[in-house]
Design a protein around this ligand. Structure first.
Ligand code: FAD
Ligand code: SF4
Length: 328
């Protein structure tokens, strides 16, 4: 590990001030991703700004039935919160599908959304990687890429976004709150993560020195149910090969509301707008669900060894939608 300066921030303002104009600064939350990457040499911050004691650890009710989740709410606490389990089952299920009980006790809302890709080359500093060292190349394109992207990738990076939580937030139309040297702003969760294009070193829309302070969940759409399903190589401690977060409302056999997002397929949670267009107003049947999944996945461009992800994602989407429809 390289030497670094350590600062414990006493307030949000102090944290933002310390990070302003400092490309070498990183916020430290639960540390479950950042510290590992520092030990591997994949992250070499000059300054660590510990935000662990900031008052951002509350879940608050919003007028109208939504929730505000502070950036330091632990993944385990959020998954277990009665308001989340009752109103946003997809969110609770996505969190519980990620990592392990011990990790979820330490991992935070902000850190989960900002965790880095699990592409093996990114973590291996003996290899080139455009995301870690811009301009050095992407060995994954011709190398090991079984777990990597089939949608939205570029010639510069084919990594996937690893967070299960982020996929559920995209389907729920959540909003991310950011505080930076220029003040506060919000970004829709579905637009927070980026496609790699020719700047894969930027995972998200977060600007230099900005702190993620909270995530807002809008009130659940009346008459809808939600679910998260994830396919992985083993039952625990494994990132998604493919996953789906779905919110579905059906009345008299017709789809009234549909929101769908895929995980494990792209550099960002993949909000499935083409699928949603097929679903809305259509009969809630397996045939409709299959047509919807096909409409979205038509854009897939699998790499040599990850073509299996397309039928896997299709099966997950059809299965989850059918389950939700069968429950009324
Ligand atoms: C063995 C293992 C298995 C895992 N499996 C899964 C899985 O299946 N699914 C899944 O989703 N995750 C999984 N994870 C990842 C885990 O969820 C993340 O490590 C965790 O959520 C990161 O949260 P943290 O608070 O520890 O972040 P940190 O490690 O503290 O930070 C992560 C990044 O976010 C930045 N950051 C943190 N908070 C803020 C903030 N408020 N504002 C701005 N920047 C911030 C940090 O600077 C850093 O770059 C796994 C991790 C491990 C080690
Ligand atoms: S896929 Fe992205 S993260 Fe992986 S080696 Fe290529 S540039 Fe690096």
């Amino acid at each position: 590990m390289k030497p670094f300066a350590y600062l414990r921030a006493g307030s949000v303002e102090e944290a933002v001030r310390a990070a302003a104009g400092q490309p070498g600064a990183r916020f430290l939350a639960g540390g479950t991703n950042l510290v590992d990457l520092m030990k591997q040499g994949a992250e070499t911050p000059r300054t660590l700004i510990d935000i662990g004691r900031l008052p951002l650890d509350r879940i608050e009710e919003l007028p109208g039935g939504g929730l505000r989740v502070g950036a330091l709410v632990r993944n385990a606490d959020l998954a277990a919160a009665p308001a989340v389990r009752d109103r946003y089952p997809v969110l609770s299920q996505a969190l519980l599908a990620g990592a392990s009980g011990q990790l979820r006790n330490a991992a935070t809302t902000g850190g989960n959304l900002l965790q880095r890709t699990r592409c093996t080359y990114f973590q291996d500093t003996s290899k080139p990687c455009n995301k870690r060292d811009p301009g050095t190349g992407c060995p994954a394109i011709e190398g090991h890429h079984r777990e990597l992207a089939v949608l939205g990738h570029s010639d510069h990076c084919v990594a996937t976004q690893p967070s299960d939580f982020a996929v559920a937030l995209a389907a729920l139309d959540a909003t991310v709150h950011l505080r930076g040297p220029e003040g506060e702003r919000t970004v829709p969760a579905a637009d927070f993560h980026r496609l790699p294009g020719d700047t894969p070193e930027r995972d998200t829309e977060l600007r230099l020195g900005e702190l993620l302070t909270a995530v807002d969940l809008p009130p659940p759409v009346p008459g809808t149910r939600s679910r998260y399903r994830k396919a992985r190589d083993r039952a625990s401690y494994a990132f998604a090969l493919a996953s789906v977060a779905a919110v579905l409302g059906v009345r008299d056999g017709t789809v009234e509301h549909a929101a769908l997002a895929f995980g494990g397929l792209a550099h960002r949670p993949w909000r499935a707008r083409a699928a949603e267009d097929v679903l809305r107003g259509a009969p809630a049947t397996k045939d409709t669900f299959a047509r919807a999944a096909d409409a979205e996945l038509a854009a897939a461009r699998p790499l040599r060894d990850n073509g299996f992800k397309v039928p896997l994602a299709r099966a997950l989407a059809v299965g989850v939608l059918a389950d939700l429809a069968a429950r009324g």
